[in-house]
Design a binder for this molecule. Structure first.
Ligand code: ATP
Ligand code: 9QK
Ligand code: MG
Length: 273
């Protein structure tokens, strides 16, 4: 069956309301689609700035990827359109805004709240990886909150489709070294590392390798210089999970389905997510 012909949207299809926030390439507005009265977030990007920053292909990829994703913890992209000067993304409206503002407000999250978020993110990443998509930019700024407090992964600007590189251009992989052949697997594990960073930051209010200078942060990351402060109190189970995700050798990081089975998640995550 041919998929329903994509609707061609125009700006006059929407009543545009208040600005929800400012991004690098333009504003995001609350808007209502006139025919259906559906509330959306309309992300307006200026072509001139997109050209200047040479991110056109990245934006097209972001749109292509996000428009095909359907998961409760992944922000929907309903469609897009453009006029002479701007590109418009029609996004699901995340009524409770940015997670990182909430984290700043309450300093750090409880173990139950953190575990619930980590579980829903793990489920979303399992879905994403199943579609051969890696996000590569999982951080509080890119996490929005829905009307029921549920997490929504947004900003697929850095996501990529990892097609299987097992087939090289010339067809044979006999001459490829191990790291090339397994390269795609290696890619998936970047999101597990970021999930471990997030788990630490939810519980302590700061990312684990933070330092004044970039060079110092870099050194701490490559060394996996992981230290757990005495305050706030964090259970040994939580530290165990974080320690199994923040592992230098990507192949040894706890797989996402094992994250969901970890005792700390099982005992603390709210099943509804
Ligand atoms: N779907 C949405 N629902 C509610 N608020 C949103 C939504 N999308 C964006 N916002 C608000 O608008 C702000 C800017 O949006 P966004 O982060 O997507 O722009 P950007 O920073 O240019 O994108 P990127 O982070 O990829 O550079 C966000 O920080 C958030 O406050
Ligand atoms: O004038 C265009 O054809 C145009 C289209 C798109 C575009 C096309 C599909 C999806 C998407 F997200 C963006 N982005 C642009 C960025 C800069 C300048 C021009 C364009
Ligand atoms: Mg942003």
């Amino acid at each position: 069956k041919h998929s329903q012909e994509e609707k061609r949207w125009v700006l006059s299809d929407f009543d545009v309301g208040k600005a929800l926030g400012r991004g690098k390439f333009g504003h995001v507005y609350l808007a209502r689609e006139k025919r259906s009265s559906q509330i959306v977030a309309l992300k307006v990007l200026f072509k001139s700035q997109l050209k200047q920053s040479q991110v056109e292909h990245q934006l097209r990829r972001e749109v292509e990827i996000q428009s095909h994703l359907r998961h409760p913890n992944i922000l929907r992209l309903y469609g897009y359109f453009y006029d002479q000067t701007r590109v418009y993304l029609i996004l699901e409206h995340a009524a409770k805004g940015e997670l990182y503002k909430e984290l700043q407000r309450c300093k750090h999250f409880s173990e139950r709240r953190s575990a619930t978020y980590i579980a829903s993110l793990a489920r979303a990443l399992i879905y994403l990886h199943g579609k051969h998509v890696i996000h590569r930019d999982i951080k509080p700024e890119n996490l929005l909150v829905g009307v029921q407090g549920e997490l929504k992964i947004a900003d697929f600007g850095w996501s990529v489709h990892t097609f299987n590189r097992r087939r090289t251009m010339c067809g044979t992989l006999d001459y490829l070294p191990p790291e090339m052949v397994e390269k795609t697997e290696h890619d998936y594990h970047v999101d597990i590392w970021s999930l471990g960073i997030l788990c630490y930051e939810f519980l302590y209010g700061l990312p684990p390798f933070e330092a004044k200078e970039h060079s110092e942060t870099y050194r701490r990351i490559v060394k996996v210089d992981l230290k757990f402060p005495l305050k706030p109190f964090v259970s040994p189970a939580a530290k165990d999970l974080i320690s199994q995700m923040l592992v230098k050798n990507s192949a040894h990081r706890l797989p996402l389905h094992k994250v969901l089975e970890h005792p700390w998640i099982v005992q603390n995550a709210d099943p509804s997510g």
